[in-house]
Design a protein around this ligand. Sequence first.
Ligand SMILES: NC(=O)c1ccc[n+]([C@@H]2O[C@H](COP(=O)([O-])OP(=O)(O)OC[C@H]3O[C@@H](n4cnc5c(N)ncnc54)[C@H](OP(=O)(O)O)[C@@H]3O)[C@@H](O)[C@H]2O)c1
Length: 338
Amino acid sequence: MLKVSVIGATGFTGEELVRRLVSHPKVKLTYVCGKESRSEKIQDLFPSLKGVDLPCHAFDPKKAIESSDFVFLSLPNTVSMKVAPQFLEAGKHVVDISADYRMDNELIFKAAYGAQHEDTDNLKKAIYGLPELYREKIRASSFIANPGCYPTSVLLALLPLLDKGLSPKGICIMDAKSGVTGAGRKASVQLNFSDTNENFKAYRVLSHPHEHEIGHVLKQQRAAWDFVFVPHLLPLNRGILTTLYVPTDKAKSPKKLQEIFKSFYASEPFVTVLPDGKLPEIRHVRGTNQCHLGLSFRASQNMLVIVSAIDNLVKGAAGQAIQNMNIMCGFEEGLGLS
Ligand SMILES: NC(=O)c1ccc[n+]([C@@H]2O[C@H](COP(=O)([O-])OP(=O)(O)OC[C@H]3O[C@@H](n4cnc5c(N)ncnc54)[C@H](OP(=O)(O)O)[C@@H]3O)[C@@H](O)[C@H]2O)c1
């Protein structure tokens, strides 16, 4: 059994990781922690984990290193980069769910997050953990930067076009909406129940850090796309729905585009291209590691509309992280994800 730690187990993504890892057939969860000790067992903190007899510690890297061979970091952005080097130096396999290692360029990191990167050596070593793009690199790596939730929903919608070298003939609009868990468990006035329930709003328009992450991956794929990314806050706990408006060229027919997407994802376990005429809905992916994609094409305007739905805590975070662990460790890719 692989001995696994979850650092940041008391947060939203950490809780989702623990919930899934306790029933993973190849994993023994040996260490879980939050920032502070709550002097509680994890099952007392999260009663849905009944029977999981593990103390929830205050974070102690030494104990985590002694107890495990594989480490998930579910820590806030800019905290992971202070913590990851110790685990990597100790020879542990690490999947970092934060944004700290997603862009292998400290200047882009600073532009996105307004902070100096403190671990530039490992920044260059991390592999971007989008299995549908980098599966073979993930398999050979011991350090994965798990993609952001919005970038996962956007990039999975675009990979088939990138694969065929199809660029938009103008600006691609990425109109994304997320449930409130996307912001983490910490309290804030803007995220309180009365301000989010029965409300809907855009936020960080043209200034969200995930715009940098999306642009960085597109650049790595030599796709110099012109795009605009606008996030919105949905009055839901979990789920992301992104609508992408891609101006395309005349040569493509709806049937051809559908075929390109279907064939690109034919053997992918966690991406489903819906049949022509069907569109994704958040309720159909909630609690799953699936991304659902739906396509519409208006020939008179050469406009391709792609709708992408994921659960931000699963395919957008903990589920994708477990998928990455399965690939890194040679386990069947879907273990712990059904
Ligand atoms: N939420 C999402 O949908 C989502 C999706 C993709 C990626 N992410 C990324 O995943 C990471 C975690 O997100 P989250 O939503 O799970 O956040 P969260 O709910 O705020 O949880 C953060 C966790 O980190 C712990 N922590 C905070 N500061 C720490 C420190 N200095 N040392 C040790 N532990 C510390 C917290 O412990 P305490 O409870 O003791 O404070 C908590 O367990 C973030 O970087 C986020 O950007 C989130």
